[in-house]
Design a protein around this ligand. Structure first.
Ligand code: F6P
Length: 532
């Protein structure tokens, strides 16, 4: 099934796709949902290639798997679980059945409890020993951190609740930096962990407990927990009234729509949080209903597959020209790489294509002054994904926003067009002549023909953020189905965790390095000589 696409690629790979790009192509190779536009005209995908990619979706049963996911089937086969983060934003979508039971009453009940608690914190009805809560510290890692941390930053213009801080790293520098800025008597600590066993989170939670205990008499009263393991939250001493549970059919990296989003809800308020959920739900409905050619998650997925599995481009840069989305690349790294970074298909066989790409990025225009050099002139092609809002939130600085937009559009144009040797020569002909002109001109050549896509929207509000995140979630799902992998487990993180547990007593000096490889043993010795 991949062969036909590879053969097509071999036929078209050397052409300049710029020649294809006219107004008709811009209309044909773009799609809308509501007021959001996805443009993929600046790629080398043509109508034939797109049709072949759609065939791939049909051959791998994407539509049936999508319907199975929404219907609560256990599509996470290695863990025997349903995948139903979509239920968390199914505000008015009717019943969702898991094992014959409608999960929606519990989902909506937890949402209502979260809303009550968030309102109490925001309005001062829930207080700390010192009065109204001024600071919320979310302690979590991976999916229990990246989503809410990214979203609190993204929705800063809507933030009217207490300050929110995020502690994730077991490196004590992280928690120390946050706690020194907080007053323990007016701080709420949220321990966010699906399993409530993650060593980093539990270690930080105990550190926060000790910190608070130095000043506050009833520390437990200023802690809340977000977890599927409610028994473990009780062991930690958190009152059930401040425990917000969810089910194992919500994957960690897909969990910000439910209790894991509590810090976001406290920051922006329950109403704005609901708008975020409605955005996710709107994207779900679009994903379920739109034809392939108009379906944004599907189109984003096929462009990714074309670039990674067919063209062989190993990485993808996500470049938001929207500083509010500065944490989006980090969030997407987990979403995409933990979901689709796997070499074995669902049935245990080796993949016959590469796994998902390396995802990385930084907001524009900062990246332009750092790594864009390589994107434009390096020897490897890096497909770029631009995100841009028509309007920012600073009306008085709109001219500055226009400059930002011009930069975004300029980058995708430059990547596509490039600059020929003749053009480079002409630009500097007044400064150099002869061999020196040739030499200097060659440094100023841009190969061009480098693909990019652009996601554009009017303004980053809670609804649009919800649509963007759900768009990426479904894109990862579609790619996972086509690759034949399970996007919802993460066995690849286990080995490192096990070895860290085994190394801890060695690092602490309670055990020797006997049995360790020479390199690890030497590193331990060096660090011990230097005080670890
Ligand atoms: O180790 C990886 C991982 O399991 C992620 O999938 C998850 O988001 C993160 O750790 C945190 O897990 P938990 O929410 O259970 O603390």
């Amino acid at each position: 099934m991949w062969e036909t696409l590879r053969a097509h690629h071999a036929r078209v790979k050397d052409r300049r796709f710029e020649a294809l790009v006219d107004t008709d192509r811009a209309a044909d190779f773009s799609a809308h949902t509501g007021d959001m536009l996805f443009d993929y005209a600046k790629t080398n995908i043509d109508a034939e290639g797109r049709a072949l990619l759609f065939d791939l979706l049909d051959q791998t049963g994407v539509a049936a798997k999508r319907d199975a996911m929404f219907a609560g089937a256990p599509i996470n086969e290695t863990e025997g679980r349903a995948v139903l983060h979509t239920a968390l934003r199914n505000l008015d979508g009717g019943p969702v059945m898991v094992d014959g039971q409608d999960v929606m009453p519990d989902v909506l009940d937890t949402l209502t409890r979260m809303e009550r608690f968030a309102s109490d914190v925001r309005e001062g009805d829930f207080t700390g020993q010192g009065g109204k809560i001024t600071d919320v510290v979310n302690i979590g890692i991976g999916g229990s951190d990246l989503g809410p941390a990214m979203a609190v930053k993204a929705l800063a213009p809507y933030h009217d609740g207490p300050r929110c801080h995020f502690v994730s790293n077991v490196d004590p520098a992280d928690i120390a930096d946050v706690l020194r800025r907080c007053d323990p008597t007016t701080t709420l600590v949220i321990v966010a962990s699906k399993t409530f066993t993650t060593i980093e989170t539990m270690t930080n939670a105990r550190t926060a407990q000790a910190w608070m205990g130095e000043t506050v008499t009833d520390t437990g009263a200023q802690f809340a927990a977000l977890s599927t393991a409610e028994d473990k939250t009780a062991d930690f001493g958190i009152d059930p009234s401040r425990v917000f549970g969810f089910e194992d059919w919500v994957g960690g990296r897909y969990s910000m729509w439910g209790p894991i989003g509590l810090s976001l809800m406290i920051a922006i308020g329950p109403q704005a949080f609901r708008a975020f959920l409605r955005g996710g739900q709107a994207m779900d409905q679009h994903f379920k209903a739109a034809k392939w050619q108009e379906n944004l998650p599907v189109l984003l997925a096929i462009v990714g597959i074309w670039h990674n599995q067919i063209c062989g481009y190993a990485t993808r840069a996500v470049l938001p020209y929207d500083n509010l989305l500065s944490r989006l690349p980090a969030y997407l790294q987990q979403l995409e790489m933990e979901s689709n970074g796997k070499g074995v298909s669902m049935d245990g066989a080796d993949l016959d294509v590469h796994s998902g790409p390396v995802v990385w990025g930084e907001p524009g225009t900062n990246g332009q002054h750092a790594f864009y050099q390589l994107i434009h002139q390096g020897t490897r092609v890096i497909p770029c994904e631009f995100l841009v809002a028509a309007r920012g939130h600073q009306d008085d600085l709109h001219h500055q926003h226009q400059l930002l937009v011009a930069n975004c559009l300029a980058q995708s144009e430059a990547l596509m067009r490039g600059r020929t040797l003749e053009e480079a020569r002409a630009k500097i002909a007044d400064k150099f002549t002869g061999d020196e002109l040739e030499r200097q001109a060659r440094h100023r050549v841009f190969e061009g023909n480098r693909p990019s896509v652009t996601i554009a929207y009017p303004q980053l509000d809670p609804f649009t953020l919800g649509r963007i995140i759900a768009l990426y979630e479904h894109r990862v799902f579609v790619a996972g189905v086509v690759l034949g992998i399970n996007s919802y487990d993460q066995w690849g993180v286990e080995l490192g965790k096990e070895l860290a547990t085994a190394l801890q007593p060695i690092v602490e000096g309670r055990e020797t390095t006997d049995g360790k490889d020479g390199s690890t043993a030497a590193l331990v010795e060096f660090l011990k000589r230097n005080g670890v």
